[in-house]
Design a protein around this ligand. Structure first.
Ligand code: ATP
Length: 285
C-alpha cells in the first residue's frame, strides 16, 4: 500500500510577537496562509518495524532529525503501529527559507500515515500530535488561512484572502529561526502589525488594504543581520509587487501581485538577483 500527500509552503501575511513567555517561547499572533508550491510525499508500508526516509534534495537530514521521520515515529509510538514505512520526500520548497517546508512535510506525514494505516485519527488530534513536533505543524495539518496564537498552535481558521499571484524569492543565505527569535527584544519592537486590520482586509477581500497592512516584526532582526534581504524587498517593490514582506524568520521575501500581466516583470527582474524565484498562486479554498 502506498499513499501520497502534498505538503504546501506557508507564508505569513502578518507576524507579531506580543511578549516572551516564562517557558521561553514567544507569544505570537500571526496570519498564515498557503501557496501553491509544495513538496510531494510518498509513503509506502514496510512489513518490518522501521522508518526509512529518502529525498532527492541532498541537503536535508534523512535520519531522526528529519521532521517527517519524527512525525512517523510519533504516530507509530502513540498508536502502537508495528509496520514500518518508507517515506520519499520530493522537495520543491526551499529549505530553511521561512516557508515551513519541514513543518509541512511533518503535517503531510501525519495525514498520510493516518490514511495508510487506517487509524481514524480526527483533525484536532492530528494537530495535537503536530504541536509536539513544532509550532507551525498544527497549522500545516489543515492549511487554509488561519490566525495563529500561543506559540503558533492555537488556531482560528478564517476566510481565504483575495486570490492573487505570489512571487517568492529566497536569497542564497541560511537564516536560523532560533537565532532570529533569540535576537528579538520583544519589549523593544518598534512597529507591531495590526492583526485585526489584516483580518478585516481578508474578510472584505480588499487586496490593496491587505498589501498595506502586511507586517512581520522579525524583519527588524533579519534585515539588520542580512542587508541583502532588505535589498531584495526594495527590488521587489521597485519591480511592481504591490505588497512585499519577509516570510517567517526569512530569508524568503514574497510579493503579492494582483494582475497576471505584471507577474512576468517581477519574476524576471528577480531572476537577475537570485536563483530561487517562484511565481505561484495562493491556495484559496
Ligand atoms: P521554520 O520557519 O518552521 O523554521 P523553515 O521553512 O525556515 O522552517 P525548513 O525548511 O523547515 O525551514 O528547515 C529548517 C531545518 O529543518 C533545516 O535546516 C533542515 O535541516 C531541517 N529539516 C528537518 N526535516 C526537514 C524536512 N522534511 N524538510 C526540510 N528541512 C528539514
Amino acid at each position: 500500500m502506498k499513499v501520497f500527500e502534498k505538503a504546501p509552503a506557508k507564508i505569513n501575511l502578518s507576524l507579531d510577537v506580543l511578549y516572551k513567555r516564562e517557558d521561553g517561547f514567544h507569544e505570537v499572533e500571526m496570519v498564515m496562509t498557503m501557496v501553491d508550491l509544495a513538496d510531494r510525499i510518498e509513503m509506502q508500508e514496510l512489513p518490518r518495524d522501521t522508518i526509512i526516509i529518502s529525498s532527492q534534495a541532498g541537503y536535508i537530514p534523512l535520519d531522526e532529525k528529519n521532521l517527517a521521520f519524527q512525525a512517523a515515529r510519533l504516530i507509530k509510538e502513540r498508536y502502537e503501529v508495528k509496520q514500518g514505512v518508507y517515506i520519499h520526500l520530493d522537495k520543491k520548497i526551499p529549505v530553511a527559507a521561512g516557508l515551513a517546508g519541514g513543518s509541512s512535510d511533518a503535517a503531510a506525514t501525519l495525514r498520510g500515515l493516518n490514511r495508510l494505516w487506517k487509524l481514524g485519527i480526527g483533525t484536532s488530534e492530528l494537530q495535537r500530535l503536530g504541536a509536539e513536533l513544532g509550532s507551525d505543524v498544527p497549522f500545516c495539518v489543515t492549511g487554509g488561512t488561519a490566525v495563529a496564537r500561543g506559540r503558533g498552535e492555537v488556531l482560528e481558521p478564517i476566510e481565504s484572502p483575495p486570490q492573487c499571484w505570489v512571487v517568492l524569492a529566497k536569497p542564497p543565505i541560511n537564516v536560523s529561526t532560533a537565532e532570529v527569535y533569540g535576537k528579538l527584544r520583544a519589549a523593544e519592537i518598534k512597529r507591531h502589525p495590526s492583526t485585526k486590520q489584516v483580518i478585516e482586509a481578508i474578510r472584505y477581500k480588499r487586496f490593496d488594504d491587505l498589501c498595506g497592512e502586511l507586517g512581520n516584526v522579525l524583519e527588524e532582526v533579519t534585515l539588520d543581520l542580512y542587508p541583502e534581504v532588505r535589498q531584495l524587498k526594495e527590488v521587489m517593490t521597485r519591480l511592481g509587487a504591490e505588497g512585499v514582506l519577509m516570510s517567517g524568520s526569512g530569508p524568503t521575501v514574497f510579493g503579492l501581485v494582483s494582475k497576471e500581466s505584471k507577474v512576468a516583470r517581477v519574476y524576471n527582474g528577480l531572476r537577475g538577483f537570485c536563483k530561487d524565484v517562484y511565481a505561484v498562486r495562493l491556495l484559496t479554498q
